[in-house]
Design a protein around this ligand. Structure first.
Ligand code: ZN
Length: 417
């Protein structure tokens, strides 16, 4: 935008109005600023946008001309550093507010040049960093990041040489000396996700049993049973009464390179007589209205973080649904099927115990995931079972058996294929 253009537009907009002294003053200030911007020759960063969640983010920074970009990773904490020529940053404070996978956004002068530093909420992968031309003549840097494990971050760190953004897409296949695709010592890994926590209590029975406590007690039992097998690495998304967003739970599963995510719940339903366990998998189309209603209730969990469901967030969520690979979905379905079979030997199940709906916590594109509703806190018999250590032990054993069958089948498929 030229200086003369600005002034003409300004006058045009003023129309018949005569310039007051105040407006004239503003015009002079505007004139001064624009002139300074042109005179110092700095690169102008004109905008910044960030969309996504704790599992996947897209970051776009716009410039008045083509930036010469180099980027690299730093750890302790996990950071992406983008080196720029000396830059004047004219960014909106609300746009650079940290969110999702990004814990902090910093930018500024750094001796000879300027820097943009993104601090991750844990390890991440830079899937792509491109410098692109905008339709309006300016340029933008587009960065795609996704939650990753420490091992993946360290590997990228070890492989990095100073990289030029305009020519490099962080294409894993293109790197020299990259190690094997999965860690040599990688054992079958299960992440157990006790639903709710902290300010988000989840469902509550008439007698005052709170879902977040039931899920944690059960998850702890299951952790013990799975760990006792001695063949798996087992983690929990939370080990105490803390609040986690749904995408934080997915991020933690990806961080551990989980082969399986099992989210544990125990909800309430208006029909007091209804009882029994249900196993849910992800689907963008719910299997039935009840499954849809349950997914809607569970997805409300994020509201405790004061997060409004934003439009761009929703968009990314849809993209995520598209990204779910057929393979992952197939594994989730196959585990759900095995799980229903095993649970049926020890635990009461509802009719049609294998269902599906759009649960946010099941949306990791590469982690087979199921959500288990252990029973209904609205049913007093189910409630009594959920509070019984004996019942918990039996149900956790059934899940452990299902995990063993699934892990063996997956190992067999790998060895055979
Ligand atoms: Zn729940």
């Amino acid at each position: 935008m030229g200086l003369a253009g600005t002034a003409d537009k300004w006058r045009g907009a003023a129309g018949h109005l005569w310039l007051t002294a105040r407006a004239l003053f503003l015009l002079v200030v505007l004139f001064g600023l624009t002139a300074a911007a042109r005179a110092d020759g700095l690169l102008g960063a004109t905008g910044y946008k960030m969309a996504g969640d704790a599992t996947r983010m897209r970051i776009v920074m716009t410039f008045d001309r083509e930036p010469d970009v180099k980027w690299f990773l730093l750890r302790g904490p996990n950071r992406l550093v983008v080196d720029l020529p000396r830059t004047r940053f004219a960014l909106d404070a609300k746009d650079v507010k940290p969110r999702g996978l990004v814990r902090a956004v910093r930018f500024g002068d750094q001796g000879q040049g300027s820097r943009l530093i993104l601090t991750g909420k844990g390890p991440f992968a830079v899937d792509k960093l491109d410098v692109l031309k905008n339709d309006d003549g300016g340029y933008r840097i587009a960065i795609d990041m996704s939650a990753a494990s420490e091992r993946e971050f360290d590997e990228a760190l070890a492989n990095q040489s100073l990289t030029t953004g305009s020519t490099v897409s962080a294409d894993k296949g293109g790197r020299v000396g990259t190690g094997p695709i999965s860690a040599p010592g990688h054992r079958f890994t299960v992440v157990i996700d006790p639903g709710h926590g902290g300010v988000d209590g989840g469902a509550e029975s008439a007698g005052g049993t709170v879902e977040k406590n039931v899920t944690l007690a059960f998850a702890t039992e299951l952790l013990g049973k799975l760990a006792a097998v001695g063949k798996y690495d087992v983690y929990m998304t939370r080990e105490n009464d803390v609040y986690l967003t749904l995408d934080d739970r997915v991020r933690i599963a990806r961080q551990h390179e989980a082969d399986l995510l099992i989210s544990i719940h125990a909800d309430t339903i208006a029909v007091k007589g209804l009882r029994g366990a249900t196993v849910y998998t992800l689907s963008d189309k719910a299997s039935d209205p009840e499954a849809q209603a349950l997914a809607d209730r569970e997805n409300l969990s994020d509201q405790f973080a004061g997060m409004k469901i934003e439009d761009d967030n929703k968009e990314v969520t849809d993209i995520l649904i598209d990204l779910i690979r057929r393979e992952t979905h197939g594994f989730s379905m196959s585990f759900a099927h095995t799980l229903v079979g095993q649970l049926s030997t020890s635990v009461g199940l509802i009719n049609n115990p294998q269902r599906s709906a759009g649960f946010k916590v099941l949306k990791a594109p590469d982690v087979p995931s199921v959500l288990v509703e252990l029973g209904y806190l609205s049913n007093s018999k189910d409630e009594a079972q959920l509070l019984s250590a004996d019942w918990r032990g039996k149900a956790a054993q059934s899940i452990t058996n299902a995990v063993a069958l699934f892990a063996a089948a997956k190992a067999g498929a790998r060895a055979g294929g």
